[in-house]
Every structure is written in structure tokens, then in C-alpha cells.
Write a protein that binds this ligand. Structure first.
Ligand code: NDP
Length: 257
């Protein structure tokens, strides 16, 4: 039976990898979860899998291109219609195309490569945060988590400039939104994962991942569940005094003094 009291979380890019682990963790914690991604097969497969363990009435999905502000707004309107509240947003949708990932020298990055990555990783998050804050500000309550990256925290080892710039910019976006929410109980934080074994990171035995492994003190790649556990905490009531922070979850690969 669907509880009208259960908090509602929206997860972008929730059909695979870190996003799917987050959706799974939040459903297990009693949230109603709305998620979208772009690929219809990914969305369907995730929904079928989640329905084997979670109440179907606690799940809402759609295919949405996060780059499109009207599509993002339509998705939030769908959530309004179904559940009439938004308690939390996790901006996780992201891309890291090979040609924007270090394979192209910085001087040769063209407008299309730059725009592709920035429009998903940064601008897409802006459209979602605008829609979420419109719904959170009237009550003065809410939680937003943006998924950054270790690549945006230090001199990058693998990623190219568009990806690094998009992820580093999320920290500025978060701080600007914290200022815009001054005086409310809304919190906005960035979670910066290190190397996490997902489709984006590719084959765990690839030379890139084996090399990454040598940099990670805990001696393993991360899992989606490692990141989801932190996100779940940041969305909880206990995390109400953590705001405007960038929190690393990277096995010790990068730890600022
Ligand atoms: P995945 O590729 O598994 O997940 C990315 C998700 O984003 C997919 O669900 C994808 O959906 C969705 N997505 C991509 N483009 C769009 C779009 N235009 N509109 C809507 N959804 C879109 O990779 P991860 O789980 O690894 O990545 C999740 C986040 O974590 C990303 O932001 C990534 O940058 C970040 N990250 C990952 C790290 C890693 O090592 N894996 C390290 C640091 C950060 P679909 O397939 O349906 O298009």
C-alpha cells in the first residue's frame, strides 16, 4: 500500500550504475522514487528489476533527456500529479564520452564535444535543480545532491577537459544554490565519487582500471552501493547540518588536507 507520508526522491540517470544503486537504496529506506534516463530499454530493465523487490506504487519512471528543460519540467509535473511533493533530488545523469575523456588533446576539443558533455553534466543538473527548488522553497525543506567526480577535485588522471570542467562546476553551482536558499532548511551538497565499477568505468580488468586500482588505498574499485550509502545519509534528517559540502567517496584515492 502506497504511503502518502513516504518522502519522494527524484534520481536522474537512475536506470544504471550509481543511479540505479541509489534508487535501490532509497526504495529500501522507504522513499517513493521517481527516476528517469534517456534509453527506454535501460529504464524498462531497471523498473522490471526494482519491481521484484519494491512496491510498484513507490516507483515512477520515464524516458527524459536531461538536456531539455521542457522535458525535465514535464517530468516534475508528472511527479506533482502522482505524489504532490518532492523531498529530495539526486542529479546523477552524466556522460563521459571516450573522445572527451582525454583521448582528444585539450587544444583540439571542438564545440560539439564541449557542448555535449557540459549540456548533460552541468546544464541538465541546472534544469533539475530549478524545478526542484521551485517545489522545495515554499516549505523551506528539501535535499539536493549533485554527483561530481574525483576528476573535478584534483589534477585529473584520466578525464578530459569537458568532463573535468563540468564536474568541478557543480561545486560552484551547489554553493550558489546554498546562497539562494539562505534561511531555509534546504541542503545542497556534492558527492564526488572516485573510480566506481559501472558501465561508465568499463571493464574492471581494463588497463585503465588496473592502473586506477594502484592509486586507491583500500585496494578495490568502488561500487554503486558505496556511493548510494552516502547519498542516502545526505538525504536523511540526520544530515541537516551538512550543507554546501563536497564529500569524497573514493577509497582514499584523493583526500584533500
Ligand atoms: P552510467 O553510464 O551507468 O550512468 C549514467 C546515467 O546517466 C545513465 O542512467 C544514463 O541513462 C544517464 N544519462 C546520460 N545522458 C543522459 C541524458 N541526456 N538524459 C538523461 N539521462 C542521461 O555511469 P555511472 O553510474 O558511473 O555514472 C553516474 C554518475 O556518476 C555520472 O554523473 C558520472 O559522471 C559520475 N561518476 C562516475 C564515476 C565512475 O567511475 N563510474 C566516477 C565519478 C563520477 P541512459 O543510459 O538511459 O542514457
Amino acid at each position: 500500500m502506497e504511503s502518502q507520508q513516504a518522502p519522494v526522491a527524484i534520481v536522474t540517470g537512475g536506470s544504471t550504475g550509481i543511479g540505479l544503486s541509489t534508487v535501490t537504496a532509497l526504495l529500501a529506506a522507504g522513499y517513493r522514487v521517481a527516476f528517469f534516463s534517456q534509453n527506454v530499454q535501460h529504464v524498462q530493465k531497471a523498473e522490471d528489476m526494482l519491481r521484484t523487490t519494491a512496491d510498484a506504487s513507490a516507483i515512477l519512471t520515464a524516458c527524459v533527456d536531461v538536456r531539455s528543460k521542457p522535458s525535465v519540467n514535464a517530468f516534475f509535473a508528472l511527479v506533482d500529479e502522482r505524489w504532490e511533493r518532492v523531498d529530495a533530488l539526486v542529479c546523477n545523469a552524466g556522460i563521459s564520452p571516450k573522445d572527451a575523456h582525454g583521448a582528444v588533446p585539450f587544444e583540439d576539443v571542438d564545440a560539439a564535444q564541449w557542448h555535449d558533455v557540459l549540456s548533460v553534466n552541468l546544464t541538465g543538473a541546472v534544469w533539475c535543480c530549478q524545478a526542484a527548488l521551485k517545489r522545495m522553497k515554499p516549505s523551506g525543506r528539501g535535499r539536493i545532491v549533485l554527483i561530481g567526480s574525483v576528476a573535478g577535485r584534483t589534477i585529473p588522471k584520466i578525464a578530459g577537459a569537458p568532463y573535468v570542467a563540468s564536474k568541478a562546476a557543480l561545486a560552484g553551482l551547489a554553493k550558489s544554490m546554498v546562497a539562494a536558499c539562505n534561511g531555509s532548511a534546504i541542503t545542497i551538497n556534492v558527492v564526488a565519487p572516485g573510480r566506481i565499477a559501472t558501465d561508465m568505468a568499463g571493464d574492471p580488468t581494463s588497463s585503465t582500471n588496473l592502473e586506477a586500482l594502484r592509486r586507491i588505498p583500500v585496494g578495490r574499485l568502488g561500487t554503486g552501493a558505496d556511493v548510494a550509502a552516502l547519498i542516502r545519509f545526505l538525504l536523511s534528517d540526520e544530515a541537516g547540518f551538512i550543507n554546501g559540502a563536497i564529500i569524497d567517496v573514493n577509497g582514499g584515492e584523493f583526500a584533500p588536507l
